[in-house]
Design a protein around this ligand. Structure first.
Ligand code: GLA
Length: 394
C-alpha cells in the first residue's frame, strides 16, 4: 500500500489516540480478504484459496495499567468500556462482540491480559463479505499479544478469533477468514488445506488483469442463520456417507461416486449441497494452478462455474449478486466473476482485463441501479500482507 497513505493514517490515529488517552499507542494494520476460490469448503475440511488485501482495519492500542478497557470505533463514532474481570457477555448484533468476544477467549485460554485502550477504524467495507470482522478480531488479539507478551503464534491468534465468532457472534464460521488475515502475504494467494492446516503460497502477479470487487451494498439478514443451516445440511450428508463408508468424516473425504451411492437416503437439497462442496474443493486445485501460471481465462471460467454452484446448488447467493455476475458475463473483458464469502449479499469478485472499455463499470453500475434502486460500490484490490505492526519510515 501507498506509504503516504499509511503515514497519514498513522499520524491521524496516533494523534487521535494521544488526544483521548494522553499516551503513545502501537499501530496495527489488519487486512480484509478476498477468496479466489473454495467457498464454504473450509468448514467441510476442504481447500480454500484466499488472500489478504489492501483494505485494512487500523488499530491504535496501548495498555493502561488498570483492569478497564476502553475501545473506540472511530468510523462508527461509538465506544465501549468494560472491566476485564467482569463476566463478559455478547450484545445482540453489536460490533463490540468482535472485541469483547476475543478478550473473553483470551481469558478462557488463561492469557494474562490487562486493561487497554484502543481506537480502531479503516476502509474494509462492513458486511461486504471481505471479513472486516476477522480483521477486528485478529487485529485486537495481535495487538494484545504485543502489548502483554502473550506468546501466541499466528495460528493461535487465528483460532482464538474464530472461537470468538462462534461463541460471541454466533456464526459457526470456518477458519479461512482469520487464517487469511494472519497469514496473508504480499502478491501471494494462500492455498490452505482446512483438514491438515497445511498451506502453500501461490505467487500471483496479476499482469494486465485486476481484481475488482462490486459491492451490491445489500446484506440480507437471513445470512447468519442460513450459514449455520448450511453447516448442518453438510453434516447430514456426512453422517449418511459415514454410515456407508466409515472412513469418511467430512465432505472433503468423499467422492461424487460415493455420494451417488448414498443418494437414495438423502433429500434433493442435501444432495445438492454435498455435490457442490465436493466439486468446489476439487476446483480449488485447478484454480491455484491457473493462478500461478497466469492462466486467467481458465481461472475466470472456474469462477463462473463456482458462482453457478453457489447460486443454484448451495443457494447462498441472492438476486443482486446473480445480477452482477450476469452483467459481468456481457463483457469479454471480465474473465470471471462470482459472489464471494458467506453470501446473501456483499460483493462479487471480478477478474478484469486492464484493457477494458472505459465506461464498462459505469454501465454495470447504472444497470444495477435501474434494477434495484441503488448503486453499487467498486473496490479495486491488491494482494497484501497479513496483520502487522505498522512501522512508518520518517
Ligand atoms: C464466511 C466464513 C468463512 C467461510 C466463508 C464461505 O466468510 O467466515 O469461514 O466459510 O464464509 O466460504
Amino acid at each position: 500500500m501507498n506509504q503516504d497513505y499509511i503515514k497519514k493514517i498513522h499520524t491521524a490515529f496516533t494523534l487521535g489516540f494521544q488526544d483521548r488517552f494522553q499516551d503513545k499507542p502501537i499501530m496495527i494494520s489488519a487486512p480484509g480478504r478476498i477468496n479466489m476460490l473454495g467457498e464454504h469448503t473450509d468448514y467441510n475440511e476442504g481447500l480454500v484459496l484466499p488472500a489478504a488485501v489492501d483494505r485494512m482495519t487500523y488499530l491504535a492500542m496501548a495498555s493502561n495499567g488498570t483492569r478497564q478497557c476502553e475501545v473506540i470505533a472511530y468510523d462508527l463514532d461509538d465506544r465501549i468500556s468494560f472491566n476485564i474481570d467482569d463476566e463478559l457477555c455478547p450484545k445482540d448484533q453489536h460490533w463490540s462482540n468482535y472485541v469483547v468476544g476475543v478478550v473473553n477467549e483470551l481469558k478462557k485460554l488463561k492469557k494474562s491480559v490487562s486493561g487497554f485502550n484502543c481506537v480502531f477504524g479503516g476502509n474494509i467495507p462492513i458486511g461486504a463479505g471481505m471479513s472486516s470482522s476477522a480483521a477486528l478480531e485478529c487485529g485486537i488479539i495481535f495487538g494484545l499479544n504485543q502489548l502483554f507478551d502473550l506468546g501466541m503464534d499466528r495460528m493461535e491468534i487465528a483460532l482464538a478469533g474464530q472461537a470468538a465468532e462462534h461463541h460471541f457472534v454466533g456464526v459457526k464460521c470456518g477458519i479461512m477468514d482469520q487464517f487469511a488475515n494472519m497469514f496473508g502475504k504480499h502478491n501471494n494467494a494462500i492455498e490452505l488445506d482446512c483438514k491438515t492446516m497445511e498451506f502453500k503460497y501461490h505467487p500471483s502477479s496479476f499482469q494486465n488483469v485486476s481484481l475488482i470487487l462490486f459491492d451490491s451494498c445489500v446484506h440480507h439478514s437471513l445470512g447468519d442463520s442460513e450459514y449455520n443451516q448450511r453447516r448442518k445440511e453438510c453434516e447430514i450428508g456426512v453422517n449418511a456417507l459415514h454410515q456407508a463408508f466409515p472412513e469418511i468424516n467430512s465432505l472433503r473425504d468423499a467422492s461424487l461416486a460415493q455420494l451417488e451411492q448414498v443418494s437414495a437416503g438423502l433429500s434433493p437439497n442435501i444432495l445438492k449441497r454435498c455435490e457442490y462442496i465436493i466439486k468446489e474443493s476439487q476446483r480449488v486445485k485447478e484454480a491455484a494452478k491457473a493462478l500461478e501460471q497466469g492462466a486467467f481465462v481458465t481461472l475466470g471460467k472456474i469462477m463462473y462455474t463456482t458462482h453457478a454452484g453457489l447460486s443454484q446448488d448451495y443457494e447462498v447467493s441472492c438476486e443482486e449478486l446473480d445480477f452482477l455476475v450476469q452483467q459481468s458475463r456481457y463483457y469479454p473483458e471480465i474473465l470471471g466473476a462470482r459472489m464471494m464469502g458467506g453470501g446473501f449479499g456483499g460483493c462479487t469478485l471480478n477478474l478484469v482485463l486492464d484493457d477494458h472499455p472505459e465506461n464498462m463499470i459505469v454501465q454495470i453500475s447504472r444497470n444495477f441501479e435501474e434494477r434495484f434502486g441503488h448503486s453499487i460500490k467498486v473496490y479495486p484490490v491488491n494482494i497484501a500482507e497479513g496483520t502487522s505492526v505498522i512501522s512508518v519510515s520518517q
